[in-house]
Design a protein around this ligand. Structure first.
Ligand code: ZN
Length: 222
């Protein structure tokens, strides 16, 4: 039997499973019953799915809106510092540091400086044409015309994003693709809005039974 607790061994096994039939040395399976084999494949898929899911989930200690904003900030910083927002070790280390030191997002990044340096390109797709001002948090949610809430965007992106905030537009699957300048500004803004509203310690603002990126945009009437 395969050592089911051993992920590298299981991955090696899946490589064999994915091989074209003609490449497999049939002797490998000579002593394994077909049912055992299927059971092992099922277990293997379960472990790989569970491990991949874990990779994209906030750490278990992320329990409040405040924690989640720090978590998202840590990912953003990982993207700049080590070129990978998914570097779990770096994200975890940065998250703890931000949280332990009670660092306010406004102290972390100078998004407006970046904005000045890159104001003639669409913040979402790098297009140089048909640029207009875009509200990161849409007017539908809050009437905030300050520079903190604006980026340049091309007409196409502006129309497509429409009345959604960045996470609502990119959704969970593409959350790592939200441009750095947009995400930095967004996190800074929503931290301030939740602080004003007294919801930084909330655990589920959209009442769907869990805390995730979609709770961040629930800012209601300020
Ligand atoms: Zn664009």
């Amino acid at each position: 039997m395969l050592p089911i607790g051993n992920i590298p061994a299981l991955e090696e096994f899946v490589k064999i499973v994915k091989m074209p039939v003609s490449c497999i040395n049939r002797n490998i399976f000579a002593d394994i019953e077909v049912n055992d084999l299927l059971e092992n494949i099922r277990l293997l898929m379960y472990y790989i799915r569970r491990r991949n899911k874990k990779k994209y989930m906030p750490h278990a200690s992320v329990k409040t809106i405040r924690d989640l904003i720090y978590w998202e900030y840590a990912k953003l910083i990982a993207g700049s510092a080590v070129g990978d927002r998914k570097n779990y070790g770096f994200v975890m280390h940065t998250y703890k540091k931000l949280k332990d030191e009670h660092i306010k997002p406004s102290q972390i990044l100078r998004e407006n400086k970046m904005f000045v340096e890159s104001d003639n390109v669409c913040a979402y797709c790098d297009s140089l044409e048909n640029l207009e001002w875009e509200h990161i948090i849409p007017k539908k949610k809050i009437d905030l015309d300050t520079i903190d809430n604006m980026v340049k965007a091309c007409k196409k992106c502006n129309l497509e994003k429409s009345g959604r905030d960045p996470f609502e537009w990119y959704k969970k699957e593409k959350q790592y693709e939200v441009p750095r300048i947009v995400l930095g500004k967004y996190l800074k803004l929503i931290y301030g809005l939740h602080e004003k509203r007294g919801t930084l310690d909330s655990t589920d603002l959209n009442n769907d039974g869990k805390l995730d990126i979609y709770d961040l945009g629930v800012i209601g009437d300020i």
